[in-house]
Design a protein around this ligand. Structure first.
Ligand SMILES: Nc1ncnc2c1ncn2[C@@H]1O[C@H](COP(=O)(O)OP(=O)(O)OP(=O)(O)O)[C@@H](O)[C@H]1O
Ligand SMILES: [Mg+2]
Length: 416
């Protein structure tokens, strides 16, 4: 039986004990009183893979999102559709389901409620404070740059156009303007000159998610390349995946590959930064640490305390995907080593509005050896949406990228 949930059920004080108990890790059986239960807050494509990996270990999965039939919901044992920015909704489901682990998959959730639930003894992955700090660019930037003294782009925060103008002249042009609460490039733009700032301010105010009324303005880093350093905090310590290189367009990931070649010195610096920032956030699980690199210089950009979209490549390039690593870390299972081979991923995007998506060309794509297509099963597209991913392995990263690109191009999203 599960010590955490038994205590939770009895109403006695609960402690975030995790699952590593002195006699070893005990896993239950789904839909039985012994079940080990994960509550996924966010049921997108990354959540779906987390659910699959959890189920492979006999974990019971409850999936939540703002809409019905989200990707992870389609395979979960149970699901709930509700607005996850409303704390009382999250609390209701947690108290009903009594999960062993609350696993956020997206940023836009009521993180204050997670902090409160953690205080009451529920286990939030990796830790409630990590989800709160990283959902807000101000929280994570101040932690990284001011507390941990990690190198970052020059930055200012601004609550009005006047403050933005002052901030931009301090960090210099060109600069990036981003709502303090946003992801996937929403509300983000680059200003080349002072005259661009009014438009950037309006764009940020419209595109931001939390309506903080605030932006961060960052000086542009002229990096040679950018990487995601997938970093996993687990029962045995901290492990790093090989660097994932990627290309972003309008702040949205299009293509990623692994391993991205780095100098020894740059890799060491990147790992040091990742270790520090994930250490400060704490808890167990996988983190996507986003870094900019020029020669041997490394800048911290931001971090996700959960699987990262650019890390989808690990579904084929690593023996354990980032989602499997997340699940192992959550459950207190060992992660001895993380072997990697050259691989690549390319997003499959819908550029049409549809409530009945269908796909042509998967047969053509899969003729290419060493190639896979994953379709996420999203029920609709508002006009632009990531609907799937093409994955490939190759003799080299260049070879894998070429194959993944050809496979992605072969697949067309249509409306029937
Ligand atoms: N200061 C900067 N200098 C140079 N490039 C930048 C800077 N800030 C952002 N970018 C570019 O824009 C991309 C998206 O920025 P960022 O990661 O901050 O936004 P995001 O909305 O959180 O995106 P995502 O959710 O996809 O990670 C970066 O990966 C990088 O390519
Ligand atoms: Mg980013």
């Amino acid at each position: 039986m599960n010590p955490v949930r038994n205590r939770a059920r009895a109403g006695a004080p609960k402690g975030p004990t995790g699952r590593a108990i002195s006699n070893g890790v005990k896993l239950g059986t789904p839909l039985k009183p012994s079940a080990t239960k994960i509550l996924l807050l966010g049921s997108g494509e990354l959540g779906r893979e987390v659910a699959i990996e959890a189920m492979r270990l006999g974990v019971e999965v409850v999936a939540c999102d703002r809409y019905e039939n989200a990707p992870a919901m389609q395979i979960a044992h149970r699901s709930y559709a509700f607005n996850m920015r409303e704390g009382k909704n999250i609390r209701k489901v947690v108290e009903k389901e009594k999960p062993d682990f609350i696993v956020p998959e997206i940023e836009a959730i009521a993180t204050d409620t997670l902090v409160q639930l953690e205080k009451e003894g529920w286990t939030v992955i990796p830790r409630a404070i990590a989800t709160r700090l990283t959902m807000d660019r101000q929280g994570i930037r101040q932690l990284a740059a001011e507390k941990l003294k990690l190198p970052t782009s020059p930055y200012r925060f601004a609550g009005s156009l006047t403050e933005l103008k002052r901030g931009a002249s301090a960090v210099g042009f060109p600069c990036f303007i981003k709502p303090t609460m946003s992801s996937s490039g929403h509300g983000q733009s680059m200003a080349k000159k002072p005259q661009d700032l009014a438009k950037a301010w309006d764009f940020a105010m419209k595109g931001g998610r939390g309506k903080t009324g605030k932006v961060i303005v960052e000086g542009k880093i002229n990096f040679d390349y950018e990487i995601t350093l997938l970093t996993v905090r687990h029962v045995g310590g901290t492990s790093f995946c090989a660097p994932v290189g990627h290309i972003q367009i309008d702040g949205d990931y299009r293509e990623s590959w692994q391993p991205h070649p780095m100098t020894k010195q740059a890799l060491k610096k990147a790992q040091n930064i990742a270790k520090k920032v994930t250490g400060a956030l704490g808890g167990r699980g996988i983190f996507g640490v986003e870094l900019f690199i020029k020669g041997d210089k490394v800048w911290f950009s931001e971090v996700s305390p959960r699987p990262h979209d650019t890390g989808m490549v690990t579904m084929v390039s690593q023996t354990m995907s980032e989602m499997e690593l997340h699940v192992r870390a959550i459950l207190g299972l060992p992660i001895p080593e993380i072997p990697c081979r050259p691989g690549a991923s390319v997003a499959i995007l819908a550029n049409i509005k549809t409530n009945n998506p269908a796909y042509m060309g998967v047969d053509k794509a899969l003729k290419i050896p060493g190639t896979w297509i994953r379709l996420f099963g999203k029920p609709s597209s508002p006009g632009h949406r990531r609907m799937g991913v093409a994955l490939a392995i190759g003799k080299t990263v260049a070879d894998a990228r070429k194959k993944a690109m050809a496979a992605a191009k072969a697949v067309k999203v249509v409306s029937t």
